[in-house]
Design a protein around this ligand. Structure first.
Ligand SMILES: Nc1ncnc2c1ncn2[C@@H]1O[C@H](COP(=O)(O)OP(=O)(O)OP(=O)(O)O)[C@@H](O)[C@H]1O
Length: 243
């Protein structure tokens, strides 16, 4: 579904990502780990097509189409969706209006979706204005549920979420990624940034990658990588021989 080859990305003329190669097949969920500032969010934003994240070399191919230079709205239209780590607050734009604009659903269906993540009282509020950390994350999940993307990127879905809401979010994310569907029939794929791995309590991931100083230095079983990092730190990933 997603093929990234030899990708180099610069921000403000500084190269943040170097020679990234990543293949995510249809129905697969991959996990991206790495120390703070290693470039994880930059990779997700480059895949989504945000301005300011300049691809200086390499390519991104999605569903067989080269999207390397494609504008963000066309990528979203093709089926790429993202939950942000720090989404912006947007004064003057109601959450309900955004959901109506990004989905084909009518008012009643949107109301039902909002109820499923306890956000029905937020539809008439400006997006993220005064939302708590957990409410922001639930709002992001709601937006993905409305958009129904085929490739879902999640930037630290656990951060700022209490245990009860984590349970709700974990189950919703597993459903978004069609974890209840047999792998041969699954259409959706995902890439999840996690520091803690709590999300893996709710869904299985097929592959883990460790990004250090802008380079993927290790691939492997996500739970095993987490265990190694917890015991020995990311330095151990630099000795990884799997690449
Ligand atoms: N818009 C920007 N302007 C300047 N520097 C940036 C910008 N975006 C990212 N960077 C820099 O790129 C590097 C990678 O940042 P990024 O947010 O991708 O890291 P990360 O791995 O997601 O970190 P964390 O785990 O702390 O969220 C950092 O040094 C960051 O300061």
């Amino acid at each position: 579904m997603l093929d990234i080859s030899n990708l180099h990305v610069s921000v403000d003329d500084t190269e943040v990502l170097h020679d990234i190669n990543l293949h995510i097949g249809q129905g697969e969920t991959h996990v991206l780990m790495g120390p703070n500032g290693s470039g994880k969010s930059t990779l997700l934003k480059a895949i989504m097509g945000f301005g300011g994240y300049t691809i200086t070399e390499g390519s991104i191919v999605f569903k067989g189409k080269d999207i390397t230079r494609m504008p963000i709205h066309e990528r979203a239209h093709l089926g790429i969706g993202m939950m942000f780590q720090h989404p912006p607050a947007i004064s003057g734009l109601k959450l309900g209006k955004l959901l109506a604009a990004t989905s084909t659903l009518g008012g009643e269906a949107i109301e039902a979706l909002a109820q499923s993540v306890n956000m029905e009282h937020f539809l008439n509020r400006d997006i993220n204005v005064g939302f708590s950390g957990g409410e922001i994350k639930r709002s992001e999940v709601l937006q993905l549920k409305a958009q129904q993307p085929d490739f879902i990127m999640l930037d630290e879905p656990e951060s700022g979420v209490d245990l009860e809401n984590m349970n709700l979010m974990g189950r919703e994310i597993a459903t978004l990624l069609e974890k209840d569907v047999r792998i041969v029939n699954r259409r959706r794929s995902g890439l999840i940034i996690t520091h803690t791995g709590y999300i893996l309590d709710y869904l299985d991931a097929d592959q883990g990658h460790v990004l250090i100083d802008g380079q993927i230095r290790c691939h492997g079983n996500p739970r095993e990588i987490l265990r190694v990092v917890k015991d020995k730190g990311y330095g151990e990933c630099l000795r990884c021989k799997q690449i």
